[in-house]
Design a protein around this ligand. Structure first.
Ligand code: AHR
Length: 312
């Protein structure tokens, strides 16, 4: 006790978080499920007691989970925010309770002082990488694009749209003719693609599909096949995440390109928390992960094999 008192008197910082609350969005996609698995694994490897809460896509459930974490006195909170707005009050409450919050994979429009750091990719850049791939691939030929957006109001839906649009800007041969949300799910990706195909001459007037995630692309690929067209040839398919299933589709020639988003957001998040809590090291406000483009030329069968046991 004497030693503890002496250490505290010297102003030493607390030790690494022992209990961390994780408010997860849900399990809308293969990528999301992998992020959950890896977060649990990373916590276990580090001896962290992870309190996991699945919000089933509802912000109100996430807010309730955070309030419950605060009431339980957790050492830190991980938050994957379903939408970008509406977090000010609950983040303020965590801030007042001196519980550091780390955002995972999506951003919020709140004051940056209300969270410790955010781990994620540059979501605008991801969209731009996908758009640039299409610009290069169609090489000046006319291309009518349909777009499957992610969850309305989520930062990846907003930013991936903006990034793609910026890449095709000034290329008058490329036009987004239809754009609708598929909520990041396979089922809705398929359903919305069916309506796109119907509205576009059975799909004959569509040159490419841009999906904000691979799961929606996989659903849409099914719809394209059922319409009697060849995905990957009659309709080019570009999406984001790099989950095993899209590599399988790429290996079969049914998808063309994907932009990788690592599901291991928790590793860098726990590292930042440890450095902050043990040494008082203030992390950068944004810890950026890579956004690598994969095409059919990048050994999709091998990429599938390499990923299929990595938490997906
Ligand atoms: O926030 C990241 C996105 O959320 C992933 O790209 C998508 O699959 C998930 O649902």
């Amino acid at each position: 006790l004497m030693m503890t008192v002496a250490v505290l008197a010297l102003g030493a910082t607390a030790s690494m978080a022992q209990t961390v609350g994780f408010s997860q969005i849900g399990s809308e996609s293969g990528w999301r499920a992998a992020e959950t698995t890896l977060t649990k694994q990373q916590a276990e490897e580090r001896g962290i007691d992870l309190k996991f809460s699945d919000a089933q896509q509802k912000q109100e459930n996430q807010i309730a989970a955070i309030r419950s974490f605060i009431a339980q006195g957790v050492d830190a909170i991980l938050l994957a925010p379903v939408v970008a707005t509406g977090w000010d009050s609950v983040l303020q409450e965590a801030h007042e309770a001196e519980i550091p919050v780390v955002l995972l994979d999506r951003s919020v429009d709140s004051d940056k002082a209300l969270y410790l750091t955010a781990v994620g990719s540059d979501l605008v850049h991801e969209g731009a990488v996908a758009g640039q791939w299409l610009v290069d691939t169609v090489a000046g030929n006319d291309c009518r694009v349909v777009e499957l957006q992610g969850t309305t109001g989520s930062s990846p839906a907003i930013d991936r749209k903006a990034g793609f649009e910026s890449a095709i800007e000034g290329h008058d041969n490329i036009e987004i003719v239809r754009s609708q949300t598929g909520d990041f799910t396979r089922a809705q990706g398929k359903e919305v693609m069916e309506s796109f195909l119907q509205a576009e001459n059975g799909g004959k007037d569509i040159c490419a599909l841009y999906a904000h995630n691979d799961d929606m692309a996989v659903g849409a690929i099914q719809a394209i096949k059922e319409a009697g067209l060849k995905p990957g040839e009659d309709i080019l398919v570009v999406s984001i995440d790099a989950v095993p299933d899209i590599f399988q589709a790429m290996a079969a020639g049914e998808a063309n390109a994907t932009v990788e988003l690592t599901p291991n957001m928790a590793g860098p998040a726990f590292d930042a928390l440890k450095a902050y809590m043990e040494d008082g090291a203030e992390p950068a406000k944004f810890i950026q992960t890579e956004s690598k483009l994969y095409t059919q030329a990048d050994d999709p069968a091998g990429e599938y094999e390499r990923r299929k046991d990595l938490g997906y």
